[in-house]
Design a protein around this ligand. Structure first.
Ligand code: SF4
Length: 251
C-alpha cells in the first residue's frame, strides 16, 4: 500500500476500540475542505505522523527500501498484540490501494479488529471485504446529495457506485456509520432531506461541522465565511434528516 502516515494510538477513531491508524495516500475526490490535503493529493511522505490530536503521533522510523512502511507497521502490530485492539485504515481513499484486501487480511490474522473509512466509490472492494468477514466497522462519508456529488468527484461517471455502496453497507456491514462533514454548498436543509432519503433507515448518521482552523485542500474555500456553519445551522441540518435516520448525531 502507498502509506502517508501512521498514528500509534487512538481512542476516538474506532468506536469502543483502542486502535492505531494507518493513512493511505491518494484520493479520487477533491473535497475543498479536505483536512488531509497531502494525503488526498498523494504527496504525504510515508514517514509522516498524521493526526488532528496530539498524542500517539510518533511516526515509525521508516526507511525507503522495498515497501518498508507496511513492513514496519506490521512489525509494530506484532509487538503490540494485547495492547492495541484494532486498526483503522483511512486516507486518502484506502479502496484505491490494490493490495488493501491483502493488508487487512494480514492484520486480521494477527488478531486485530479492522475499521475502514471510505468515500464509497469502490462497492466491489467493499463487497469482497464483507463476504470474507474482513471488516468489523465501516465508516462511509456522504459528501452531499446525489445531484451535487459531481462537485467533488474526479470521475462523475462513478456516481452510481455511491448508491451501490450505501445499499451494500446497510445490508452487509457488521457495524457502520454514515457521516457528513458539513460545509456549504454541499449541505443545506433541502440537501439533508435528500441525503436522508439516500440512507433512509440507516443505523447511524453523524454530522460534523467543517473546521476552518486546519490546512485544507483548497485554501480559497476556507477563506469564505459563508461556507461554514453555526451551531443553529447544524441543528437545522439534523432536524431535516431525523425523519429518515433516527440515530442522527452532531459530533
Ligand atoms: S474523500 Fe476524504 S481524503 Fe478524499 S478529498 Fe475528500 S475528504 Fe479528502
Amino acid at each position: 500500500m502507498y502509506l502517508g502516515g501512521f498514528q500509534k494510538n487512538s481512542l476516538i477513531d474506532f468506536p469502543g476500540t483502542i486502535a492505531c491508524v494507518v493513512f493511505t495516500r491518494g484520493c479520487n475526490f477533491t473535497c475543498p475542505y479536505c483536512h488531509n490535503p497531502d494525503l488526498a493529493t498523494g504527496t504525504a511522505r510515508p514517514d509522516r505522523g498524521v493526526s488532528s490530536g496530539n498524542s500517539g503521533l510518533n511516526p515509525l522510523n521508516l526507511s525507503q527500501s522495498d515497501n518498508p512502511d507496511q513492513r514496519e507497521i506490521l512489525k509494530f502490530l506484532d509487538k503490540r498484540k494485547g495492547m492495541i485492539e484494532g486498526v483503522v485504515v483511512t486516507g486518502g481513499e484506502p479502496t484505491l490501494q490494490a493490495d488493501l484486501t491483502d493488508f487487512i487480511q494480514t492484520v486480521r490474522q494477527m488478531g486485530y479488529k479492522v475499521k475502514l473509512d471510505t468515500n464509497g466509490t469502490a462497492p466491489k472492494v467493499l463487497d469482497v471485504l464483507f463476504d470474507q468477514g474482513l471488516v468489523d466497522y465501516l465508516a462511509m462519508d456522504i459528501k452531499t446529495d446525489i445531484d451535487h456529488y459531481p462537485m467533488v468527484m474526479k470521475n462523475p461517471g462513478h456516481l452510481d457506485r455511491i448508491m451501490e455502496s450505501i445499499a451494500l453497507i446497510m445490508k452487509k456491514a457488521p457495524a457502520y456509520e454514515f457521516r457528513t462533514t458539513c460545509a456549504r454548498p454541499f449541505v443545506s436543509p433541502g440537501i439533508m432531506e435528500n441525503i436522508g432519503k439516500m440512507i433512509r433507515g440507516a443505523e447511524s448518521y453523524v454530522l460534523q461541522p467543517c473546521s476552518r482552523n486546519v490546512d485544507v485542500l483548497d485554501p480559497g474555500f476556507a477563506a469564505v465565511d459563508e461556507h461554514f456553519l453555526s451551531a443553529d445551522d447544524m441543528v437545522a441540518l439534523k432536524a431535516a434528516v431525523l425523519p429518515f435516520v433516527k440515530d442522527t448525531r452532531i459530533r
